[in-house]
Design a protein around this ligand. Structure first.
Ligand code: RB5
Length: 151
């Protein structure tokens, strides 16, 4: 699967490691930056990855910042994105199976690269289970539509 990757400066090093992990796992990273430790703003990269997922350039996205939180909050502002900030493997799998997450967010200041590898593995190897979960995801989409207009 092609996977769009993005980070800010705090997530840059782990994001580069994730790119290598994905290649080892047989996936194709689409690295959308940032490309150094120089300070940048995480929403700029969250939106790049969100757009790549929505326009079909990538089947999923992975975002890395210090905590994973700012990336998730930013990506979730984009209609159609379901981004999950995750720091354990159980949640990484559930985010896909139950919530049909299309973006995984990781905090480089929260998890080390070993746990990040397991989280990424759990995320990319899991799929949406549908059924009762589809009804709930449809309700999330309905909320997005209802409150999506700028007020
Ligand atoms: C950057 O210092 C930090 O605020 C950012 O990487 C992220 O943790 C925000 O959610």
């Amino acid at each position: 699967m092609k996977i769009a990757l993005g980070s800010d400066h705090a997530g840059f090093r782990l994001k580069e490691e994730v790119a290598e992990m994905l290649k080892e796992m047989g996936h194709e990273p689409l690295n959308l930056g940032t490309f150094s430790d120089e300070s940048v703003d995480y929403p700029d990269f969250a939106v790049k990855v969100a757009e790549a997922v929505l326009d079909g350039q990538a089947g999923a996205g992975i975002l890395v910042c210090g905590t994973g939180l700012g990336m998730a909050m930013s990506a979730n502002k984009v209609p159609g994105i379901r981004a999950a900030a995750v720091s354990d493997t159980f949640s990484a799998r559930a985010a896909r199976e139950h919530n049909d997450a299309n973006v995984l967010c990781i905090g480089a200041r929260v998890v080390g690269s070993g746990l990040a590898r397991d989280i990424v593995t759990a995320f990319v190897s899991s799929s949406f289970l549908g059924g009762r979960h589809a009804r709930r995801v449809a309700k999330m989409t309905a909320i997005e539509k209802r409150f999506g207009e700028v007020r």
